[in-house]
Write a protein of this length. Structure first.
Length: 279
């Protein structure tokens, strides 16, 4: 939604929600958690359909997801706390409060992939085969989940007067930008990037049979590229290593590792049968 504001000078901007929760009787639903749940549901449903189309049992994906998703949430929170521990001084009781926002996606991806891989192996799937089934669905989940940042008015970038700039309430603005009403909607940038990445991964798959792990490498590299771009626009306080944001280093590592995995997976299609396997 675009909102036209201003006097003689008219410009467009994206308004932020005035509320971030929904009350249903005694139950209060946090929009942040709801978006994460919707993203997870979309990813699991799509993964089940993808695996069933390859001759596998959709229940296998459900079993993996039951462990991988909670692990991802815990990993995301721990990563955020570890990289922003100063903000939790004197309020360590808030560490479990996921609904308040503050999830580090790199930590969630690492924890979710690790636990999901262990469960997949017990079900007869190799890491590469399991990941290639689920990988295109992960960016979709991320894109949906990012809308939780919109409701919480967080994870935005530097001040901007572009037509799609995001309006941020005074109480949510960084002190150094208190006079700036609009900012780069970095949550939206990353969300759109992830949707495009999912489409690219599916298109690459359709080009022919690929060696297990190739699509996963492309995803890791693609996510790193998008995250690097977004981090360059962020304005929030972050932990630094050698004067550089921690997430920038993580993005660079993802680009390098993902690129190497994808490069090693490049072999002729007729030599790379797809592994499905399901005990």
């Amino acid at each position: 939604m675009l909102c036209l504001t201003g006097g003689s000078q008219v410009f467009a901007s994206i308004p932020s929600p005035s509320v971030n929760s929904l009350s249903i009787g005694p139950l209060e639903l946090q929009a942040y958690g709801l978006m994460i749940a919707l993203g997870a549901f979309a990813a699991v449903t799509w993964s089940q359909r993808r695996y069933a189309a390859r001759g596998g049992n959709a229940e296998t994906i459900a079993s993996i997801s039951m462990w991988a998703i909670p692990a991802g949430l815990v990993g995301s929170r721990l990563y955020h706390v570890a990289t922003d521990w100063r903000s939790f001084r004197g309020r360590w009781e808030d560490v479990p409060a996921l609904w308040q926002g503050g999830l580090g996606i790199p930590g969630g991806l690492m924890a979710g992939v690790l636990v999901g891989t262990l469960v997949a192996r017990r079900r007869g799937l190799t890491m590469a085969a399991a990941m290639d089934v689920m990988v295109p669905t992960i960016p979709l989940a991320q894109a949906i989940g990012r809308w939780g940042n919109w409701f919480n008015q967080e994870v935005f970038g530097r001040p901007s007067d572009l037509p799609w700039a995001l309006e941020i309430d005074a109480m949510h603005r960084p002190s150094e930008y208190a006079a700036s009403p609009t900012f780069h909607p970095t949550f939206l940038y990353e969300g759109l990037w992830n949707v495009a990445l999912a489409m690219v991964l599916v298109r690459v798959e359709r080009r022919g049979v690929l060696r297990p792990g190739y699509v996963t490498g492309l995803w890791v590299c693609g996510y790193g590229l998008g995250r690097l771009w977004v981090e360059m626009l962020r304005s929030d306080v972050a932990s630094l290593v050698v004067g550089v944001r921690v997430n920038v280093w993580m993005a660079l590592a993802a680009i390098l590792i993902g690129g190497l995995v994808a490069w090693r997976g490049r072999i002729p299609a007729d030599l790379a049968p797809m592994e499905v396997g399901d005990r």
